[in-house]
Design a protein around this ligand. Structure first.
Ligand code: FES
Length: 84
């Protein structure tokens, strides 16, 4: 199991899972859910290496190095701590 921590609240999710549902449960707002609007940008504080590499939608968004789209990112394993 992997763990997503958003602003101190935690959710467990399977290794390899998309983080969207867990992030939504932890309060991250979503819009398009398709990598187009940037509503769901999170700032990763720890564990960026535990997320799979950015996909094409995230690359096209021009995110900072510590930012990810919660509607697109998947967790490999371990713990990711973020804020939004
Ligand atoms: S919800 Fe629109 S980019 Fe993630």
């Amino acid at each position: 199991m992997a763990k997503l921590v958003i602003d101190g609240q935690e959710a467990e999710l399977p290794d390899g899972a998309a983080i969207m549902d867990s992030a939504e449960t932890l309060g991250v707002p979503f819009g398009c859910q398709a990598g187009q609007c940037a509503t769901c940008v999170i700032i990763v504080e720890e564990g960026m290496e535990n997320l799979a590499p950015k996909n094409a939608a995230e690359e096209d968004m021009g995110l900072r190095d510590n930012e990810r789209l919660a509607c697109q990112a998947t967790i490999r394993s371990g713990t990711v701590k973020a804020t939004w």
